[in-house]
Design a protein around this ligand. Sequence first.
Ligand code: PA5
Length: 378
Amino acid sequence: MNVVVVIGIGGSYLGAKCAIEALSHSFSRQMNTSTAPEIVFAGHNLSEEYLCELMDYIETKNVATVVISKSGTTTEPAVAFRIIKQFLEEKYGKAEAAERIVAVTDAKRGALKSLSTQEGYKTFVIADNVGGRFSVLSPVGILPIVLAGFDMKAMLEGALEMEEQCAKRCAECNPAIQYAAMRDLLYNNGKSTEVLVTYNPKLQYLGEWWKQLYGESEGKDLKGIFPASVCFTTDLHSMGQFIQDGARIMFETVVSVEKATRSMIIAADEQNLDGLNFLAGKHVEECNAMATLGTKLAHIDGGVPQLEVKVEKLDAFAVGELFYFFEKACGISAYMLGVNPFNQPGVEAYKKNMFALMGKPGYEEQTAAIKERLASEK
Ligand code: PA5
């Protein structure tokens, strides 16, 4: 197999995307060095252009798909799956296509479960008591991460070690309690936005995964810290001004990696036209570390408190630690805030409007009401 299309959205997509981005060589595809299948994602948007371009890309490849949906009824992945299923059936025939399709879904309920049973797809179960955004350490994340060739055993060991630390019944030695308590304190002192900061582009999707986790778990009942994310030093040249000087509504949580895994020394230059010879002989990562420290001091001076989450190095073990840590702390934080971390009633509002606008059977009344509303607003 050279391409696996992983179909899913929200909690059924972001964890795997985060781990794969964090652990992949930034140029492995261009270098053609990986022996594992390439993972491409679908079902996380409703862009026709994206799907057309995906089809252009996979047309000549050896393709399989993993379709992930706990409810089995989410529109975005269901639309993408229809298209990929049809493509596989046309390319390989119905019987072989069925062998190239794996579903991760509820044990009993939902359209995807029924379809999988009917078509004989291999399935993995998302347990009833595991919510989408808390599911990366279940088959939802495990399957794509293993297919991408990463060390899931090490990731689970990292998660288990963090589970032990986060089970300690003492505030000083339990990192999840410390983080949740600090967030609560800052929120109650007017800090309504938390910015997750990383200094390695491979961690950009940690920010995306984390935003969903905290945004959907806490943002309800007119409460919650708005989660944002940046990747420095890149975003110091875009968001740095606002964070340093704008409305004082935010605090930062910096996820830093203590040891670099690669080494690159900055060279001396005879002419020194750029004036950078004072950096000659230093590691690029040392500049990154000084940028981290300099930014920390500047932001604290500017009224932006900083929390720090450190991992030793960026590997599967650390990714497992981060997943477990942020999930556990999220549950504690939400309960401190007085909201239920495990529901997401607000997500339904756009779906109702979309179904009404698209004339879904059963939505006739809403369709009439929304049409009337749009006509009166013209
Ligand atoms: O965290 C959640 O519950 C959501 O983000 C879901 O993961 C997302 O809506 C996808 O749902 P499903 O897996 O049912 O398709």
